[in-house]
Design a protein around this ligand. Structure first.
Ligand code: NAP
Length: 281
């Protein structure tokens, strides 16, 4: 069994990005820029936003942080996002979710143009992924693909099973694997015989949000297991996979924490650079 080290890989990617953003700056005389919008004071969101801003610094990306009060109006948030959309120094816009309940998140996200949508959440970008066209792909599934690639794990012709079909993880994950020529099955809460389906997977991706959901009997000997889940149990972070019992059966597995998690921010930074380069074409 080989442990896939997401923390180390993410640090390598940040170092590579630093070189690339320096080249961008030398070529175009401006920095790559990412705007981050946080509305309210949700503690988890504050940590995520801080980490994203720190990641920008490490990768040589200029960050524009905008903190709005929890009672900010729909109009105020939309106006801010529209002004960022029109700002040439801003190549990517990220609105931290969840937004306070009184705000219409869909309408606010719709103010982000597809070419600055570094989260890849827009209908346009998800559609482009489905059509195998150039676009921006959601950071977490993109991070999984990068971990597979850098671990030398082939995807073409493999049987892949994705548990979870959310628009930000499971669905784009399944499309990415399909586009890489895997035979993909997507499982969700209405899937009968889920354990048997999972047990056929060469590559099993768990993106459910249920602690230790994937047990050893659901995993084929020698499978690659990618655990996207982040769950807090008794103050400890655990994944969707029962790591202790599953790991010995696998050829490769990601730990939680230190697996997929650190890759998400690395891919956000990478998406920002890609958007900046496309803006210069
Ligand atoms: P989500 O929107 O809640 O989606 C969960 C998916 O799991 C749904 O498709 C749901 O099926 C399915 N599911 C739930 N219970 C199930 C069951 N008993 N059997 C089979 N399928 C079941 O969650 P998400 O945003 O995709 O996130 C999934 C996990 O990844 C969470 O733990 C989240 O914290 C984590 N995450 C990690 C990162 C990272 O950076 N590592 C990023 C994003 C999310 P239905 O569609 O039928 O309801």
């Amino acid at each position: 069994m080989t442990l896939i080290d997401g923390k180390k890989t993410a640090a390598e990617i940040r170092a590579e990005l630093r070189e690339e953003t320096m080249r961008f700056e030398a070529r175009y005389g401006k920095k790559v820029g990412l705007a981050v919008v946080l509305v309210g004071e949700d503690p988890a969101s504050q940590v995520y936003v801080r980490n994203k801003i720190r990641g920008c610094e490490e990768a040589g990306i200029r960050s524009f942080a905008h903190f709005l009060p929890a009672d900010a109006s729909q109009k105020a948030v939309e106006e801010l996002v529209c002004s960022l959309a029109a700002d040439d120094a801003v190549h990517g816009i990220l609105v931290q979710l969840p937004l306070p309940a009184h705000l219409d998140a869909k309408r606010i996200l719709a103010c982000i143009p597809a070419d600055k949508d570094v989260d890849g959440f827009s209908a346009e970008n998800l559609g482009r992924l489905a059509l195998q066209e150039e676009g921006t792909v959601a950071c977490t599934p993109l991070g999984v693909m990068e971990l597979l690639r850098r671990s030398g794990i082939g995807i073409c012709g493999k049987r892949a099973v994705v548990i979870g079909r959310s628009n930000i993880v499971g669905r784009p994950m399944a499309l990415l694997l399909l586009n890489a020529d895997a035979t993909v099955t997507v499982c969700h809460s209405k899937t009968p015989d889920l354990a048997q389906i999972c047990a056929q997977a060469d590559i099993l991706v768990a993106a459910i949000g249920r602690p230790r959901f994937v047990t050893a009997d659901m995993v084929k000997e020698g499978a690659v297991v990618i655990d996207v889940g982040i769950n807090r149990v008794d103050g400890k972070l655990v994944g969707d996979v029962d790591f202790e019992h599953v790991a010995p059966k696998t050829s490769f597995i990601t730990p939680v924490p230190g697996g997929v998690g650190p890759m998400t921010i690395a891919m956000l930074l990478k998406n920002t650079l890609v958007c900046a380069e496309r803006a210069m074409r």
